[in-house]
Design a protein around this ligand. Structure first.
Ligand SMILES: Cc1cc2nc3c(=O)[nH]c(=O)nc-3n(C[C@H](O)[C@H](O)[C@H](O)COP(=O)(O)OP(=O)(O)OC[C@H]3O[C@@H](n4cnc5c(N)ncnc54)[C@H](O)[C@@H]3O)c2cc1C
Length: 324
């Protein structure tokens, strides 16, 4: 198991490249004035690149905003630590993993969670009856759907598609779906709907994600604003891997807009090795054309080799982003 320090990096390494890094919370974007409003004051810009990631739309699940302790999930750091504590204290019973409607960040993530919980409880000798309650009609991403179903069958994980959770009733330990069905649990991890920061909507850049051109990442409304990664409405997987390529492509087009002649980066692709256990991972790869149309996909069954490839892939990605 990894420690938090192993997965944590600082943006301050960017300073070595001569980039000014300011730690501040941005509260608003004023596109007409070419200005952002931040907790440490406002900042004017000629070009703006937004990569604020995902916001958890807790308010779309009844009772959740008022009772955040009802839930713990791994899409945020504090939730990850809390979920670990709950898993370690779990004495057995019904476990529910609730999946939001696509698009959400790390599409295989909730299904990996279910598989790893299954392995953890089996090894510990804790009886866990695990269900995946999915808003979608099949496990994500779609090219892995059938492979996930095969894995779930082998592990005796119950899969419940087309079940959008709309309420968490923590007092009675049950989830309520859009069909009015009640699903009881002893341990729950509910991933709320994923949306971009509210300031993107408030500044007219798009809702629920920033509307951008999938080639240049330029806002469809404001010519000097770019948005990449999880906060952008693009056909690419919401993953760290595509976010990196999106950033490189956006930087290319931003540099061109500023009058620089720069080499065109590679088209965007995604590689991911979702865990089905701590010993095995699957493979999913997707390649897109420059205009965002899907060019090809490849998917493969769980293998130990892919688990090993994942470790190498992760360390290469982190090194290229943060230098270590
Ligand atoms: C459990 C889990 C597992 C994952 N596994 C993988 C994987 O194996 N492979 C993979 O490729 N991807 C994986 N991902 C997905 C990946 O983490 C995201 O897709 C990726 O981080 C998106 O990058 P981003 O730059 O768009 O957003 P983020 O990495 O979320 O960065 C956004 C940044 O903006 C900052 N920010 C937000 N709002 C403000 C504001 N108002 N003011 C100032 N700063 C702000 C945030 O603090 C954050 O630092 C996983 C995600 C999860 C949750």
């Amino acid at each position: 198991m990894k420690r938090l320090e192993d997965a944590t990096r600082s943006y301050y390494s960017l300073r070595e490249k001569g980039i000014k890094v300011i730690k501040t919370e941005v509260g608003g974007i004023l596109p007409e004035e070419n200005k952002i409003i931040a907790s440490k004051g406002s900042l004017a810009y000629n070009y703006l690149l937004i990569s604020t990631g995902i916001r958890m739309a807790d308010e779309e699940i009844l009772q959740l905003s008022e009772n955040p302790a009802y839930n713990a999930h791994t899409w945020e750091l504090e939730g990850t630590i809390e979920l670990r504590r709950r898993i370690e204290n779990f004495k057995g019973g019904k476990v529910v993993v609730s999946v939001p409607s696509a698009p959400f960040k790390c599409p295989p993530g909730p299904y990996e969670t279910a598989c790893l919980l299954d392995e953890f409880f089996r090894k510990k000798g804790v009886t866990a009856d695990i269900s995946v309650v999915d808003s979608n009609d099949k496990p994500q991403p779609p090219p892995l759907a059938q492979k996930w179903l095969t894995v779930f069958e082998k592990k005796n994980i119950k899969y419940m598609p087309n079940n959008k959770v709309v309420e968490i009733d923590g007092a009675n330990k049950q989830l309520v779906t859009d069909k009015g069905d009640k699903i009881g649990y002893d341990l729950v991890t509910l991933i709320p709907p994923n949306k971009a920061s509210t300031m993107i909507k408030e500044s007219g850049l798009g809702d629920p994600f920033a509307d951008v051109d999938p080639t240049t990442f330029k806002s469809k409304k404001f010519g000097n604003i770019f948005a990449t990664g999880d906060c952008a409405k693009v056909p690419y997987t919401k993953s760290a891997y595509t976010a990196m390529y999106q950033g490189k492509n956006a930087a290319h087009y931003a540099a061109m807009a500023m009058g620089y002649s720069v080499k065109e980066p590679a088209p965007i692709h995604n590689i991911c090795y979702p865990y089905t256990s701590s010993a095995e991972s699957m493979l999913i790869r997707a390649d897109w054309e420059k205009d965002g149309k899907i060019a090809k996909t490849a998917a493969d069954d769980p293998k130990t080799d892919y688990r090993d490839s994942r470790a190498a892939w992760e360390s290469t990605l982190l090194k290229s982003l943060f230098g270590s």
